[in-house]
Design a protein. Structure first.
Length: 152
């Protein structure tokens, strides 16, 4: 009788395990965001797709992803399964490590005019006070606006 492959066998046959510092690329199905997906059996006999990098984290660390955290790729390679490249972090940390415009702006330490984003020189605004402006530049723009308005 043919031996049925285990979940571990099925998972690792889709990952070439390379050097310990190299990315181990997922060679199977990807979902719309470019992350690997893996089909796993459910206790009720059905199946479910899970993110392959999450399973890689669990398998290599021997623990579930802690509640409230998600698995981040330190290498920024969404198909990497190397446990040394995976870390459980908060959603905020994961987003801020990314390459989105929001993440890049959040990492800025000074405005485009070169003024430091210090506590005293940063104006926070928006519904959740999650947008910022340089106070020095804001004062200059407001002054210019008032001057133009008076001249009109």
């Amino acid at each position: 009788m043919a031996r049925t492959k285990t979940v571990l066998d099925r998972f690792w046959e889709k990952v070439p395990v390379l050097g310990s510092d190299e990315c181990w690329p997922w060679l199977a199905s990807l979902h719309g965001l470019g992350y690997g997906q893996f089909n796993i059996g459910r206790p009720d006999g059905g199946t479910a797709n899970i993110n392959a990098h999450v399973l890689a984290y669990v398998l290599q660390n021997g623990v579930d992803v802690p509640k409230g955290l998600e698995v981040d790729h330190l290498c920024r390679n969404r198909i990497c399964m190397n446990g040394r490249h995976l870390e459980a972090v908060t959603k905020k940390v994961n987003i801020l490590r990314g390459e989105s415009l929001m993440a890049k702006e959040a990492r800025m330490t000074q405005c485009i005019a070169g003024h430091a984003f210090t506590k005293e020189n940063t104006y926070w605004f928006g519904k959740n006070k999650n947008h910022r402006q340089c106070r020095t530049c804001k004062r200059r723009r407001d002054s210019e606006f008032r001057s133009r308005k008076r001249a009109a």
